[in-house]
Design a protein around this ligand. Structure first.
Ligand SMILES: [Zn+2]
Length: 262
């Protein structure tokens, strides 16, 4: 009798903890249930539909850039775009961050985190309020970076985080502006396989944005864009480049040490 009552107390406590955790998760993810915020305006184009809050001029700037480059970027990736990609532009960086990771996101102080994608939908912090780590132009360019992610998610949902960001950085012209190989250790082959929910933070910590750019740059220089396009479709090194991933990694490290050191 006594045993049963202890057991039932434990079960009740466990149920209470579980309910509290579910409630916390629900509260945290509440902002992610709708990417639109109240009163958002809309710009409709051939390649993108832009939703924005009050920063109209910046939204129109992003819209015209994305409309100008959208078709060309889809072509470079070998994607037949069938409908416009939705881009949601938020006036505040903190609001953008809550749209993917919930209320907890702004508490992590990821100043560099200005844009993201959820499948084929793009989230962006308005260039008009670019956040402490970036400029107007950075956020404007980030729209193209995220547009490439959206295209990649349609082209090849199994694309690795490394290649996805390499293509996004390379095609949006985010060339590292400093000799990255002098300041940050080259990622190991293992690190280039970064995956999972913590990938964005791990990736940023080993200068993944800069290094993955140089990876795609190397592939394009050494094998030509048609090979990169074939690789983007299915991630098959042998078919695209006629060589395995480890050998590509070795040649890339030589390239990056040569091209990105002081
Ligand atoms: Zn990215």
């Amino acid at each position: 009798m006594k045993k049963r009552s202890i057991l039932s107390k434990i079960l009740r406590a466990a149920a209470f903890v579980l309910a509290a955790l579910v409630l916390l998760a629900l509260v945290n993810f509440f902002p992610t249930f709708s990417l639109k915020t109240p009163g958002m305006q809309q710009l409709t184009g051939e390649y993108v539909t832009v939703f924005y809050e009050t920063e109209q001029a910046a939204a129109e700037d992003v819209f015209s850039l994305a409309e100008t480059r959208g078709g060309e970027l889809a072509d470079l990736l070998g994607l037949q775009q069938t409908k416009p990609v939705e881009i949601f532009i938020y006036d505040q960086q903190s609001v953008m961050q809550t749209k993917k990771y919930g209320l907890v996101a702004p508490l992590l102080h990821l100043d560099w985190y200005i844009g993201d994608n959820i499948g084929a939908r793009v989230l962006l912090t308005s260039p008009a309020n670019p956040g402490p780590a970036h400029t107007y132009e950075d956020n404007r360019t980030a729209a193209l970076h995220e547009l490439v992610h959206a295209y990649n998610s349609l082209l090849n949902p199994k694309m690795t985080y490394w290649v996805d960001n390499g293509l996004a950085g390379y095609l949006s012209g985010q060339k590292p502006s400093y000799p990255v190989a002098t300041y940050a250790p080259l990622p190991t082959l293992e690190q280039t396989h970064v995956a999972g929910p913590l990938a964005p933070v791990t990736f940023a910590n080993f200068s993944g944005y800069e290094y993955s750019y140089t990876y795609v740059e190397y592939l394009a220089n050494a094998y030509g864009w048609d090979a990169v396009k074939s690789f983007a479709k299915d991630g098959d090194y042998q078919t695209a480049f006629g060589i395995d991933e480890a050998s590509i990694y070795q040649s890339w490290t030589a390239f990056v040490k040569d091209a990105y050191s002081e």
